[in-house]
Design a protein around this ligand. Structure first.
Ligand code: 1PR
Length: 713
């Protein structure tokens, strides 16, 4: 086995209901969006212009940020010494890990001084996550600890006593409080946050605060002054919205003018929909995505081969395009293989992180181990390699069970368990514990020392109670600990999130185990991801209605293409469980430029008179009211009746996106597009109300223009 190259300690804090579902069938929103953007790398006229300096101070992985910058057409140069900071023309600082250790490294290698000097000179700077927090005077995290002191104020912990789950993980909307071009296109959009500490807006920092977000109470989502910008969220993990912010920073000449300050309403943290890829080597040794029934991944016929549902990198990319809020890889035989010998898995992560701009979690085999050459690796080193390869979070299965058992036995936190080691360096938001429980029926709760519940689905012999036994090694071995006890213990040890599977429900498509999810979600104050058993969109809404889980994960229905991710999100939105679905696309100035490229002209010409007319109209409207006021409904409604086929709607959306309008679409259209039956809506409304009926428009909230009789009101 070739030993992987390790560095001391590295990893990522960068982590991402993503309101950017993709069209199914003919329309690919992301493709349209990207096609409409000019190539930034071509525009950059010199090496200096196209080079971005990235401050990786050695404490973790900045691969996701690097990938996002490269995806936008820029080159990345890493800071190796303090002078590199001073020589930078644009500096991106994706802070990684805990506040104290970051400051220690920055002070030790002289980067702190160089950073302060660079910022004082008002040179282009973008801090991300901890890169925002470090600019403040101090942080409560393991402290107080002194920060760079560039902005007055202290970084404090979210207060979980008011009922919120900490860390704040997931997609939340920002409210703009200061007109900054870098924020064009992100007002009221959901972006991905993952953090336990935050800055509260106050009189002392009000000159700096450019946007806020709401979680429990209001906190600073971004700061801006002159050329100095920093964001608490992760643009590199916030899909297209995040990429547009990065683009605004990297090439301000393309940033659209912000014509209207959109204060926006406070949003709530959206429920996440996660696609999971169980990965293992098949009998030929190729790494494939597989899927089990109650953890049995072999065909029942055909020589009992490992089921092969596709290639990991392709599927991860597809689920990103389909609107997944996160993608998880579980290396399901990691428990028996040497995890770092599994270089294909590391390659899968590397390639996936180049095209997936939402958080990637990887699990399987995260534990201390000794390889065949006698070399010992700590679980921290294993995790570090995963982080370095593009993972945003690691998920620990079997090893977390052993750690919880030991902790419950002795009551002592040794600091040596994988959960403790990894959370200490990377923060607890980077550590997920994956629980694989099996339901055990009993007649009385006194039969076991573990938490049991009275079940609504009695056992095969009429048993009225059940407890959930944790297992290790892919469900092969039951352990003397319940899922309830385990979850509480791992929270205390430093886990930031629980991925709650259920062996009985896995692959059955009969719905989530609501009793189990409620039991665990009520027991802990960290986010819980409900997993196993999803078969219909109603299973998701039912689970979210009945439990306080923060996210839902599914595998089989997505792999088998029975239910697209977009349909799940549409349904959740319909049920009021997801914030308004909308897309904001930055305008492509090229469309208005007399020097428009031949390619664009041809595209414009090809769509005929209709499109030309609408472009003219939209151009006028855009200059009159600002690009964020343009809605698809204007076009959609007016075209109703004259076109019977779905393609006109798709063209309309495509056009809006090219022109940079914000799209708020009615539920009918949304569902039609999701299911690929968009002509049905014209029939439904007889060409009168179009696809944006009043009630649907109202349901979509303020940002929707109501349409009646072909007129926008
Ligand atoms: O113990 O740290 O090496 O981690 C191993 C990881 O691999 C654990 O997270 C464990 O859950 C997972 N795993 C091990 N064996 C299997 C198996 O299926 N034989 N997969 C397995 C677990 C469960 C979910 C699945 C959902 C949704 N898969 O991740 O994706 O149940 O499925 P559905 O929507 O089709 O019902 P370690």
């Amino acid at each position: 086995m070739r030993s992987p190259p390790f560095s001391s300690a590295s990893g990522s804090r960068s982590l991402p209901a993503r309101p950017i579902p993709q069209g199914h069938g003919a329309l690919n929103y992301r493709k349209v969006y990207l096609a409409a953007r000019p190539s930034l790398s071509v525009r950059a006229s010199s090496i200096t212009e196209s080079t971005v300096t990235l401050l990786d101070y050695g404490a973790g992985n900045v691969r996701s940020v690097r990938n996002a910058i490269r995806h936008l057409g820029f080159d990345v140069k890493y800071v190796r010494k303090p002078e590199d900071i001073l020589n930078a023309t644009r500096l991106v600082f994706p802070g990684v890990g805990a506040f104290a250790s970051a400051m220690e490294v920055l002070n030790h290698n002289g980067m702190a001084g160089a950073l302060c000097k660079y910022i004082e000179m008002d040179r282009p700077f973008l801090g991300i996550c901890l890169g925002l927090q470090l600019l403040f005077e101090s942080s409560e995290e393991n402290g107080p600890v002194k920060g760079l002191g560039m902005i007055p104020g202290m970084v404090g912990r979210f207060d979980s006593s008011n009922g919120i789950r900490v860390p704040h993980i997931g997609w939340n909307a920002v409210q703009i409080v200061k007109d900054e071009e870098i924020l064009s296109g992100i007002a009221e959009q959901h972006v991905y946050f993952v953090h336990s500490y935050r800055v509260v807006p106050s009189d002392v920092n009000k000159d700096w605060v450019s946007s806020t977000c709401n979680y429990g109470d209001s906190f600073v989502a971004s700061i801006s002054k002159g050329n100095i910008h920093a964001v608490q969220f992760h643009p590199e993990k916030s899909g297209e919205v995040g990429l547009s912010l990065l683009r605004n920073f990297l090439d301000p000449s393309t940033a659209p003018k912000m014509k209207k300050l959109a204060n926006g309403k406070a949003s709530t943290l959206a429920k996440r929909v996660i696609a999971c890829l169980d990965v293992r080597a098949n009998d030929k040794g190729e790494l494939v995505v597989t899927k089990g029934d109650q953890y049995d991944v072999r065909e029942h016929t055909d020589g009992h081969k490992v089921r092969n549902l596709g290639k990991p990198v392709d599927l991860a990319g597809q689920y990103y395009n389909d609107g997944a809020d996160e993608v998880s890889f579980l290396n399901i035989t990691g428990f028996r293989d040497c995890p770092l010998g599994d270089l294909p898995m590391i390659q899968v992560l590397r390639y996936s992180s180049e095209k997936v701009f939402v958080p990637l979690t990887v699990g399987g085999g995260i534990r201390d181990f000794t390889d065949e050459n006698g070399r010992y690796y700590s679980s921290l080193e294993v995790a570090a390699e995963y982080f370095r390869s593009g993972a945003d979070k690691v998920s620990i299965g079997s090893d977390a069970v052993y750690a919880a058992e030991a902790y419950l036995k002795t009551g002592v936190k040794t600091g040596k368990s994988s959960i403790e080691q990894i959370s200490r360096v990377y923060g607890n938001q980077a550590v997920v514990v994956s629980v694989d429980p099996r339901r055990v029926y009993i007649n009385s709760p006194d039969e076991v020392e573990f938490k049991a519940l009275k079940t609504v689905t009695p056992g095969p012999h009429g048993e009225q109670y059940a407890w959930y036994q944790c297992t290790v090694n892919g469900g092969r071995e039951g352990r003397p600990i319940g899922a309830y006890e385990l979850s509480k213990a791992v929270e205390e040890l430093g886990a930031g999130e629980i991925l709650l599977n259920c062996i009985d429900c896995d692959g059955q498509g009969q719905g989530f185990d609501i009793e189990l999810i409620k039991l665990i979600a009520d027991a802990v104050s960290i986010p819980v991801i409900a997993s196993s058993g999803a078969g219909t969109v109603e299973h998701f809404s039912d689970m979210f209605q009945k439990t306080s889980a923060s996210a839902a994960l599914a595998a089989g229905i997505f792999h088998r293409k029975e239910v697209p991710i977009l349909s799940v999100k549409t349904h959740l939105q319909h049920e009021g469980q997801m914030d308004l679905y909308q897309m904001t696309i930055e305008p492509s100035n090229d469309l208005f430029n007399p020097e428009t490229s031949v390619k664009t002209k041809r595209r414009a010409g090809a769509t005929g008179r209709w499109k030309k007319k609408k472009r003219k109209k939209l151009t006028e409207e855009m200059s009159a009211v600002g690009q964020d006021q343009i809605r698809a409904s204007h076009i959609l409604i007016k075209q109703e009746g004259s076109h019977r086929k779905s393609s006109w709607k798709e063209k309309a959306i495509e056009l809006i996106m090219e022109l940079g309008g914000k799209i708020a679409i009615g539920r009918d259209l949304f569902e039609d597009l999701a299911s690929g039956h968009s002509e049905s809506s014209s029939g439904k409304h007889g060409g009168q109300l179009g696809c944006l009926g009043r009630s649907n428009a109202e349901a979509l909230g303020e940002s929707c223009i109501l349409c009646e009789g072909g007129r926008a009101q």
